[in-house]
Design a protein around this ligand. Sequence first.
Ligand SMILES: Cc1cc2nc3c(=O)[nH]c(=O)nc-3n(C[C@H](O)[C@H](O)[C@H](O)COP(=O)(O)O)c2cc1C
Length: 203
Amino acid sequence: MPKLQIIVGSTRPGRLAGPIAKWAFERAVADGRFEVELVDIAEYELPVLDERHHPVLGRYEHGHTQRWAAKIREADAFIFVSPEYNYGPSAALLNAFDYLGREWTYAPVAFVSYGGIAGGLRAVQVMKQIVTTVRMMPLPDGVVLPLVMQNFEEGDFVPPPSAQGAVAPMLTELLRWTHALGPLRAEGPPPPTLPSGPVAPRP
Ligand SMILES: Cc1cc2nc3c(=O)[nH]c(=O)nc-3n(C[C@H](O)[C@H](O)[C@H](O)COP(=O)(O)O)c2cc1C
């Protein structure tokens, strides 16, 4: 079975990302089409990006980066559980994303987003643009949770019917794209380039 990682996109104490990601994890496990793992950015203790080299080179100097890269390398597909901070993604999710390059390449990603009236969709729109830079495929199918506080009862996440119904179509598309992209992902990315030309790291 292909491997799906569900990335918890907030590291904030008291985060809603925790229970929402756990729900998504349980639903994906029950669905049975992926081997599923919950991946908590907080456990990797990533400082604000402190690697010397551009991530497309994969020359990771720090143990925390190597550990994070090894984890992400294991997956075939991703779900990002994303809050919306100031109409964008959380700094924690973006930072964890920026650490790596080829580990994300040619993988499909779907989003479970939440927040106020926009349900985190503005953050998702920003992340979709960013993930394409490393040749990830962001999917339109996902789970959106507007006014998410209304879905919490005494600290427990009680998903609305719309969210329950959105999980299976999201996993179906993730699976199709996982199969379609599998050969490319196995082959790996082309030689690293930047818009300005080939990467020439400083010594
Ligand atoms: C720094 C910050 C900025 C926020 N900006 C937005 C926003 O732009 N849109 C929104 O819907 N909610 C916003 N919120 C509210 C979050 O949706 C809410 O706090 C949510 O619980 C954050 O996810 P988390 O608990 O998993 O960290 C913001 C919260 C924080 C802490």
